[in-house]
Design a protein around this ligand. Structure first.
Ligand code: SF4
Length: 470
C-alpha cells in the first residue's frame, strides 16, 4: 500500500512502483546486506550477505537516502558488523567511475518506518474486513519513502531535523497529501496534527523543493468552496507542479460513507468543470496543466478522458492518473498494426486456447477495447469486488476469493491472464492467497494461467512468449 492509505484509486492495470520497502529487520543496527555482486568493490573487501553495514563515512546508515548521498563518490568508508563472530571492522571501498558498489540491502529504511499520527476520515485501515492480514494495517507515513518510491505523505509527523534533512539533501520532488487548505477542514479530515503538515509544506516550498500534491475529494467535506480554496493555494505556489484529485473510495466495512462521486455522474462532471479553469491558467503560465483529475472522475462522470498532452508526462500515473489514457493510446497503436495481434490470435487457435483477461469492473470496458478487438478476439472477465464492497472496483484490489468464486468451475481451453497488479511483491493477494495456490487451482480447472501486466504491449509480449511466437 502507498504510505497514505486512502483506497488506491483506479489502481493499476499494470502499475509497478519502485520496489523499495521497509527493512524486515528494523530493530537491528545498520543495514542488512542481502546480496553482493561477485568481483564488485564490496566483494573485493570481503563483504558478504548477512553482514550489516553500520556506518557510511561516519554517518549511521539509517536509510537508502544516507547511502545514496554518502556513497556518491569513488571511495566510501564503512564499518561492517559480521554477525558470525560479532566483530565490527572498518573498511574502505574504492570503485571506478560509473561502477556500482555491488551491495544490495534489505529494504530502503533500516531504522524503522515512521508511522502516521493522523486519523483520516477516509483511511483504508479503518475500512478493512475483519481478520485482514496485519501487514495491511501498517500506518506508515515516512517522508523518506516519499522521495525514494513516491509514496504520498502528510508531513504531519516530521521533526524540524527531518525537514532540514529534506532541504539539505535536496530530496525533491516530494509527494504530499494535501486534501484541503483551511485549518478546520484539514483538522476534520486528518485530525489534530493537520496544521503541522502545512507548516512543513511551506518550509519545503520556501526551499524550492518540488511538490506533487494530492487531494482525496470527499463529498460534503473538502469539495465546493473548500476545493476552490485548495486549488487557489496550489495555483499560488508554483513549486506544486502537479496536483492529483482522486475521489473518495470506501468499502462496505465501515459506517461513515455510503456514497461518493462513483454514484453521482453529475457531481463528478461538476468537479471536472470546476477544475478546468485552473488547468487552463496553469497551461497558459507554465505550459503544463498541473491540476489532474484521477481516471475515476472521468469514468464516474461518463465522459472521455483528456488527451495524453493533458497529463504533463504522467507524474502521478501510479496513483491512477492517466492510466486509462495511456491504455487507450497503447491500444490504438497496437490496433493500427493488427498483423501482430492476428498472429497471436492464430497461435491461440492452433493451441486450442481462448484468451480471457481478468480485470476490475471499472477498467473492464477499457481493457475490452483491446482484448475483445477483432484482431485479438479474446474476452474480458470483470471481477466484482465483494471482499471490500463499497465502491471498490479497481483491478489492483481484486481478491483471490472473488476471483475464484466468479470464474467458471471449468476453464478447459482457456488462456487466462491474471493482472500482475493483483499481487504484492511477495506474490500475495490482499485477502492473503499466494499466487502459486491460485495458479494451482486455475490449472486444476483446466486453464493455462499467466500472471502478467495487462497493458496492451506487455500483454502481447507475454502471449507471444507463452505461445512460442517470439
Ligand atoms: S490515517 Fe494515516 S495511514 Fe490513514 S490515510 Fe491518513 S495518513 Fe494515511
Amino acid at each position: 500500500m502507498p504510505a497514505d492509505q486512502q483506497l488506491p484509486t483506479i489502481a493499476a492495470y499494470a502499475g509497478v512502483r519502485a520496489d523499495y520497502a521497509p527493512s524486515a529487520h528494523p530493530d537491528a543496527q545498520g543495514a542488512l546486506v542481502t546480496a553482493v555482486r561477485p568481483e564488485s568493490p564490496a566483494d573485493d573487501m570481503g563483504i558478504e550477505p548477512g553482514m550489516r553495514v553500520l556506518t557510511v563515512n561516519g554517518q549511521d546508515l539509517t536509510d537508502m537516502i544516507v547511502w545514496l548521498w554518502e556513497a556518491d563518490d569513488e571511495t566510501v568508508d564503512l564499518t561492517v558488523l559480521d554477525p558470525s563472530d560479532n566483530t565490527v571492522s572498518p573498511c574502505t571501498l574504492e570503485r571506478f567511475e560509473g561502477e556500482d558498489w555491488g551491495l544490495e540491502f534489505d529494504g530502503a529504511v533500516f531504522d524503522g518506518m515512521r508511522t502516521c499520527v493522523n486519523a483520516c476520515v477516509f483511511c483504508f485501515m479503518t475500512m478493512l474486513p475483519k481478520g485482514s492480514r496485519d501487514s495491511l494495517s501498517i500506518r506508515d507515513d515516512d517522508y523518506r519513502l516519499s522521495f525514494l518510491q513516491g509514496n504520498f505523505v502528510t508531513l504531519t509527523n516530521m521533526t524540524d531535523e527531518d525537514v532540514d534533512n529534506v532541504i539539505n539533501r535536496c530530496l525533491s520532488p516530494m509527494n504530499v497529501s494535501l486534501h484541503a487548505i483551511t485549518p478546520e477542514v484539514r483538522r476534520r479530515i486528518m485530525g489534530k496534527n493537520a496544521a503541522r503538515g502545512i507548516e512543513v509544506l511551506e518550509r519545503l516550498m520556501a526551499a524550492d523543493i518540488e511538490i506533487h500534491a494530492q487531494i482525496v475529494l470527499c463529498p460534503g467535506i473538502n469539495d465546493g468552496e473548500e476545493l476552490d480554496r485548495t486549488l487557489a493555494y496550489c495555483e499560488a505556489h508554483p513549486q506544486i507542479t502537479s496536483l492529483g484529485i482522486v475521489p473518495l473510495g470506501f468499502t462496505k466495512h465501515q459506517n461513515r460513507f455510503t456514497t461518493s462521486f462513483s454514484d453521482d455522474p453529475a457531481a463528478a462532471r461538476a468537479i471536472i468543470e470546476q477544475v478546468r479553469p485552473y488547468q487552463q491558467r496553469a497551461y497558459e503560465r507554465f505550459g503544463r496543466h498541473t491540476f489532474q483529475m484521477s481516471d475515476e472522475f472521468y469514468l464516474d462522470a461518463e465522459v472521455e478522458v483528456p488527451p495524453a498532452t493533458w497529463y504533463d508526462g504522467y507524474p502521478q500515473y501510479y496513483d491512477g492518473i492517466g492510466m486509462i489514457r495511456s491504455y487507450r493510446d497503447d491500444t490504438d497503436e497496437m490496433l493500427s498494426e493488427p498483423q501482430r495481434l492476428e498472429r497471436i490470435r492464430e497461435g491461440l487457435s492452433r493451441a486450442g486456447l481462448k484468451l480471457t483477461v481478468v480485470s476490475g469492473t471499472s477498467a473492464a470496458d477499457t481493457v475490452a477495447r483491446f482484448v475483445e478487438s477483432d484482431a485479438l478476439g479474446g474476452a474480458v472477465a470483470p471481477i466484482r469486488n465483494d471482499y471490500f464492497g463499497g465502491n471498490v472496483d479497481v483491478t489492483g484490489l481484486i481478491c483471490a476469493g472473488d476471483l475464484l468464486a466468479q470464474l467458471p468451475r471449468s476453464l478447459a481451453g482457456v488462456m487466462l491472464i491474471l493482472p500482475s497488479v493483483m499481487f504484492n511483491a511477495d506474490g500475495m493477494t490482499l485477502d492473503g492467497y499466494h499466487q502459486t495456490d491460485i495458479l494451482n487451482e486455475l490449472t486444476r480447472r483446466g486453464a493455462q494461467a499467466l500472471i502478467v501486466s495487462t497493458m496492451p504491449r506487455e500483454l502481447a509480449d507475454a502471449l507471444e512468449s507463452a505461445l512460442g511466437l517470439s
